[in-house]
Design a protein around this ligand. Structure first.
Ligand code: ADP
Length: 494
């Protein structure tokens, strides 16, 4: 990937986008469209279908028909594997196209987007393609006169609702295991990050996925997402996004067919720095990137920095210095480290969170404002707020933007208490050379993932999921297969 190739892709017109239902491109039932605005410069780059409830029902009907006639689940595992492997190859072959259209849509810096989006999506699809013929049923240890069989079956029609920060990566976390296990899927991308997912689904069909097995319906969450949530024909909802939408999905399920609901709802993750961290300079660098990469629009972002009081001032200075060196700007320019905020609405919410933090006694030590507004795009200075109390809104509410809350602590017990004093529990980190303390903190901090002497590393082999109001269920690894399979038992009298 070089700048010239990136520029070639960014110069291309993107044709008006439609749904993908039953293997065919389809406009909205009432032909309505919505503009796709690029956060890079605030310009409209194309339109897409503004889906109706009827469109969602058509997609669900196509998925149901495809599941019921077993056109996908009924194929031999080797055949399904071949299709998914080919799909992954096509994702790789179209990686730059996918990455650039995704960045024009959502604003993530291209260096990160290229790796984290098509790169990781292809890897994820391959991982589950390889896994699909290694999932066995079981025979129960019953008495001799019976045979207890435990089959693993696909759940049926899966509704996947994904957010705008990493549409391909998070989309693949759902699509990979769902399709590998033989389910049909209806995918609802976020309003502000649909383009690359539509293309991803087109590539799946090019790879040989039968029509109806993967459908994409674009439009407003409150319309098409609600229609999906309330459907009597969707068997499971898998979601990554905000807590308020997650709650709605559980209500939809309760009001309809009690479909299973798996939620990944973000966090307010603590990055805990003890004075005996092995390398404080490295810790400062990683702490800055742990919050500021993709402008903090990362569910596992280390948005709370808890620093041992004895090193607080010096460590904050180090983080400030690292952050000052980060260049914010056009996300398609390889020289920039940080891109745009996804939407003007999100930018305004970020700025609001800084105002509230100040009102509640926080000190804006770096940044705090909108920048580059002359571009027409949505950019924000990486922002560090110190003197943030554990009770302050900035410690309690996820911003989903480049805003770091810094809080001092005096000892391990206080660090643990502050770390656990939110409703969330997604990620966290502890920096210390003391092995026993590291393991005590892994146990004591209530999160789905704890890092030790690093922040944010992971790969497809380790599950990702939250506790508390960060959600339930896991993406990634073989554990993700649990969401997309049911156990069916047979009791056979011999
Ligand atoms: P964020 O704050 O990250 O945008 P949201 O929860 O609003 O989080 O969005 C995540 C996904 O949820 C998007 O695809 C969005 O369209 C969808 N969504 C939003 N509102 C609803 C709703 N009422 N029902 C179903 N899906 C929704």
């Amino acid at each position: 990937m070089d700048q010239t190739q990136i520029n070639t892709w960014r110069a291309k017109d993107i044709p008006p986008q439609t749904h993908l239902i039953d293997g065919k491109n389809a406009p909205a039932s009432d032909s309505a469209t919505m503009e796709v605005t690029s956060p890079i410069d605030g310009q409209v780059i194309t339109t897409m279908a503004r889906g109706t409830a009827q469109d969602m029902q058509a997609a669900i009907a196509a998925a149901r028909a495809a599941f019921d006639d077993r056109r996908w689940a009924g194929q031999p595992p080797a055949a399904r594997k071949k299709v998914l492997m080919k799909w992954a190859d096509l994702i790789d072959a179209h990686a730059l196209e996918l990455a650039v259209s995704g960045v024009r849509d959502n604003g993530t810096e291209i260096g990160m987007a290229f790796k984290a989006e098509p790169g990781s999506a292809a890897g994820t699809i391959r991982y589950y393609a390889e896994a699909l013929d290694k999932v066995y049923g079981e025979i129960a240890p019953t008495a001799d006169d019976v045979l207890g069989l435990i089959h693993r079956e696909p759940v049926g029609v899966v509704g996947a609702i994904v957010p705008w920060n990493f549409p391909l990566m998070i989309g693949a976390w759902k699509l990979g295991p769902a399709l590998a296990m033989g389910n049909s899927v209806v995918l609802k991308p976020a309003e502000t990050a649909s383009l690359s997912l539509i293309r991803l689904a087109e590539l799946a069909h090019e790879a040989g996925l039968p029509a109806g097995v993967l459908n994409v319906v674009t439009g407003e969450g409150a319309v098409v997402g609600e229609a999906m949530g309330l459907s009597m024909d969707v068997d499971a909802l898998v979601f990554t996004g905000s807590g308020s939408t997650g709650r709605r999905l559980m209500e939809y399920s309760a009001r309809s067919n009690l479909k299973r609901v798996y939620l990944e709802l973000g966090g307010k993750s603590p990055n805990i720095i003890f004075a005996d961290a092995p390398d404080l300079d490295e810790a400062a660098k990683v702490a800055a990137m742990g919050i500021f990469r993709n402008s903090g629009q990362v569910c596992v972002a280390g948005s709370r920095l808890l620093v041992e009081a004895s090193i607080h001032d010096e460590f904050v200075d180090a983080v400030v210095n690292v952050t000052k060196a980060l260049k914010v700007g056009d996300p398609l320019d390889l020289e920039n480290h940080i891109g745009a905020i996804n939407s003007e609405t999100q930018l305004m919410q970020n700025l609001q969170s800084v105002e509230t933090a100040q009102r509640e006694g926080g000190t804006v030590t770096l940044g705090g404002g909108r920048i580059l507004s002359e571009t027409g795009g949505y950019y924000m200075d990486p922002t560090i707020v110190t003197d943030v109390t554990p009770e302050a809104s900035l410690s309690q509410k996820e911003v989903f933007g480049p805003v770091l809350a810094v809080t001092p602590f005096t000892d391990e017990a206080e660090a643990t208490r502050i770390a656990n004093a939110t409703d969330y529990g997604l990620a966290g980190a502890v920096w210390t050379q003391n092995l026993s303390r590291a393991h005590r903190m892994i146990r004591a901090v209530r999160t789905g993932v704890m890092h030790v002497n690093t922040y944010g590393g992971a790969d497809g082999t380790v599950p990702l999921g939250g506790v508390g109001q960060s959600g339930n269920g896991h993406d990634k690894s073989l554990h993700a297969l649990d969401k997309y399979t049911d156990l069916k038992t047979a009791w056979v009298k011999l």
